[in-house]
Structures are given as C-alpha cells and as structure tokens.
Write a protein that binds this ligand. Structure first.
Ligand code: FE
Length: 182
C-alpha cells in the first residue's frame, strides 16, 4: 500500500490512482494469508478441542502472540470457563451462543468485543445444531474453576501444537499448519 507523501512540485509525479505500488514490500514483512473457504470442505481441517467443540486455524501469529480461528460447537456443547488477560474480537457466522456470565446472546451476524479481564463460559443452546464464530484471541486463555483457580491454559503455541498433532494423525501432514503461522 502506498504511503501518502508530501507533494514535491519539482517532480512530475505519476498520479494514476489505478497504478499499483511499484516498489518491493519490506524484506521483513510476513507473507499474506488468503483462505478462500474459511469454513472448509475438508472435515480434517477442524481440530477437536473438547466434546462437541472444534477449531479451525486461520492465522496463528507466533510473532505477536495471537490467533484467529473459527470455533465450531455442535449439539449444546460448552467451551469451558476461562479468563482472558488480553482482548478478544468475535464475529458470529452461524447459529448463536451466550455466556453463563452475561445476559446477552450473540446471534448470527453479531460482533462481540471481550475486554481484558473477562472470565466466561461459552454455551450453545439446545435448539442450535451448529454454531460457528470467528474469534481473534490475543495472549492466552486461562482455564479456571468457578473461583478463578487455574486448571489449564492455551496460547498460540499450544494451538499450533494441537494443529500439528491432529494434522499429522489425520493425513493432512504436520507441516500443513505452517500455512497459518506467521
Ligand atoms: Fe473467551
């Protein structure tokens, strides 16, 4: 993308708005990720998380410590109680869900911001066959008991490891996770 610069009247600047940027990107820049079908046709891409809960990676950003994935929950599944010390953004693609700790419902099409300090339990109601939500999660998820005692955690590195392990076993190949890692 071209950075606006101060006009220099001494130079006849090429100013065709449809002319692509002419210079190479910085050598340190990471390669872009383009996923034409985020909801995959190949079931093997979904990584089992817990009973009736799966995720599929979109961007596993090891250099900045966040991950973007689709979360899929079927048949009244639950994503266990956890705390976020860093922000989360969510966008509901299919179905609906709510947190035991809040009185609102995230319906299909909803955007949700979860501020640092949230501890919550994601529940999908009985009448929803399948829920899919895109989540952008920074830092980590700290799994806790109802009184905040830690029982486990996840971060971008455990997510990468889960993908690698699952893809190695199901024939996609451990290295297929690399396309999502930056
Ligand atoms: Fe959460």
């Amino acid at each position: 993308m071209k950075t606006p610069s101060a006009p220099n009247e001494n130079i006849n600047i090429e100013n065709d708005p449809r002319m692509p940027y002419q210079l190479p990107f910085p050598v340190e820049a990471q390669k872009e990720i383009v996923i034409p079908s985020p909801v995959p046709d190949d079931e093997r891409v979904w990584v089992p998380q817990m009973e009736n809960v799966w995720f599929r990676p979109l961007c596993l950003n090891a250099s900045q410590g966040y991950w973007v994935n689709l979360l899929r929950v079927r048949r009244a599944g639950i994503l266990s109680r956890h705390r976020h010390p860093a922000p989360v953004h969510g966008f509901v693609l299919l179905g609906k869900w709510h947190y035991l700790e809040h009185d609102w419902v995230a319906n299909e099409g909803a955007y949700v911001f979860e501020p640092p300090g949230e501890t919550h339990t994601l529940v999908v109601p009985e009448d929803v066959q399948e829920m899919i939500t895109l989540f952008h999660i920074s830092g980590c998820m700290i799994y806790v008991d109802p009184w905040g005692k830690q029982t486990g955690y996840e971060d971008v590195f455990t997510k990468i490891a889960m993908c690698r392990d699952h893809y190695a076993k199901n024939g996609l190949g451990a290295e297929s996770v690399d396309q999502f890692v930056r």
